[in-house]
Design a protein around this ligand. Structure first.
Ligand code: SAM
Ligand code: TMP
Ligand code: ZN
Length: 407
């Protein structure tokens, strides 16, 4: 199927990229369960009406977000600092009235709300994955184990009153059912409140050919243009945008009720930039798909050459993104010996689909491999600064964003 209907506006979508049969990106398996893996077809289309880029097939949410969901937001010091900054700016700019209230969708381990809790400000995290919600609760964050949707918003409103800020990081793009979310936002938000969310930016994904940002959990790849349309469609207004460097390039979008806030010049400017480069056009996205195929070919060619030369290659960071790369390219333990990762729930398991073993960070140095394939390229500065001993020992990094190269 290469035609479908847009989940936001109902117009026709056109497929521009097929990344093949893929496993759940965060389903790290034990060796005895490799025959039980769930697969789906990972293809991406663009709406010819509102330009929203979206997956052609939806994975049921309970398969992705549950009591064994392994991803921890606190795994990166850069991200910890980022979320502390987010909390501080919300406290300073928005949560200033009498007894303010902030709700976070997908609060994960509480990395952002901890700072809000420390400031004594009323807050609630809504987090369906019990594994990480429990960690947030232990950190002193108030958390409700649930999927946010219209009904959840109504319950929160009745129990706690309206929210001055609704915030979501790397979560809204995970949610196909935006209609229910946006109705929930309209239900829960105060008249002058803001809905702030930050997610990987289509402009960066296309600009850097970072096709590994596409996987089951990333149902939408947002742009200012598509979010503007989506907001209007649901009776809200896009009033501010800010480009962020985290996670390989994101945008923070601020939505408000129509007329409640003045739209900033940053919105006008980003919309104009996207129009100029034709960001949401099938032509631009088709050219992106051609570059994706080349990156995949170049990476496999390099890994095969290194294997033939008897070099040891180890993966760094068992990211959800790495599932797309390994399964699209057919990279298995024959080409990448293991993947080093700091997340306890991933260690000792096999990476989804590829079945490359995941080991602890200590094992990366025992002894160092010849090459490290940087799957966590979005944390490159932090990782390379921590791993200078690997370089000093003669090790080299393999990068594949924006193109394949050894550094
Ligand atoms: N906000 C954190 C960050 O930026 O690091 C966590 C992001 S994590 C990639 C996405 C989170 O969204 C997961 O913890 C998942 O359980 C949660 N999630 C998925 N669907 C949700 C929904 N409908 N409502 C609230 N949270 C949801
Ligand atoms: P992310 O790109 O989705 O944030 O995932 C990063 C993954 O990489 C996560 O599993 C944690 C892991 N990681 C390390 O193993 N070492 C590191 O230094 C960092 C920053 C992340
Ligand atoms: Zn649409």
């Amino acid at each position: 199927m290469t035609e479908s209907t847009c989940r936001v506006c109902g117009a026709a979508t056109r497929q521009f990229l097929d990344l093949g049969r893929q496993p759940l990106s965060d389903a790290f398996v034990t060796p005895d369960r490799v025959d039980d893996e769930f697969f789906y077809r990972l293809a991406v289309g663009v709406c010819l009406g509102c330009t929203m880029v979206q997956l052609m097939e939806e994975v049921p949410r309970e398969k992705m977000f549950h009591d064994s969901y392994p991803y921890l937001s606190r795994g990166s010091s850069v991200m910890r600092a980022h979320f502390e900054g987010v909390a501080q700016s919300l406290l300073t700019d928005e949560l200033t009235g009498d007894d303010p209230f902030v709700v976070e969708l997908g609060c994960n381990d509480g990395v952002m709300l901890r700072t809000v809790a420390d400031a004594g400000v009323r807050h609630l995290g809504v987090e369906p994955s019990g594994s990480v919600a429990d960690i947030a609760a232990e950190a002193g964050v108030r958390v409700r184990k649930a999927f946010f949707e219209e009904a959840t918003a109504q319950e929160i409103l009745e129990a706690e009153g309206p929210a001055d800020v609704i915030y979501a990081a790397n979560t809204l793009c995970h949610i196909p059912y935006l209609e229910s979310i946006m109705r929930g936002v309209l239900t829960l938000l105060t008249d002058s409140g803001v809905f702030v969310f930050e997610d990987p930016y289509l402009g960066d994904i296309v600009g850097k050919t970072s096709f590994d940002q596409i996987y089951d959990e990333h149902f939408y790849l947002f742009s200012a243009t598509s979010v503007d349309q989506m907001a209007r469609h649901h009776g809200l207004e896009l009033v501010d945008v800010e480009r962020l460097s985290v996670h390989g390039g994101e945008v923070r979008y601020t939505l408000a009720r129509p007329g409640a806030r003045t739209r900033t010049d940053a919105v006008t400017s980003l919309l104009a930039d996207e129009e100029r480069v034709g960001l949401g056009s099938p032509v631009t996205l088709g050219a992106f798909a051609t570059r994706v195929a080349k990156v995949g070919d170049d990476l496999v060619t390099l890994l095969r050459e290194l294997a033939e030369q008897g070099k040891r290659v180890v993966g760094y960071g068992a990211t959800a993104k790495s599932a797309t790369v390994t399964n699209f390219c057919g990279i298995g333990p024959d080409l990448v010996e293991f993947i080093s990762d700091t997340t306890p729930a991933k260690q000792g398991r096999l990476a989804p689909g590829s079945h490359i073993p995941v080991r602890t960070a200590d094992q990366f140095a025992e002894p160092y491999p010849d090459y490290a394939l940087l799957f966590a390229w979005n944390h490159a500065d932090e990782i390379m600064a921590n791993e200078t001993a690997f370089r000093d020992a003669g090790g080299r990094w393999i990068l594949y964003v924006p193109d394949v190269r050894v550094v």
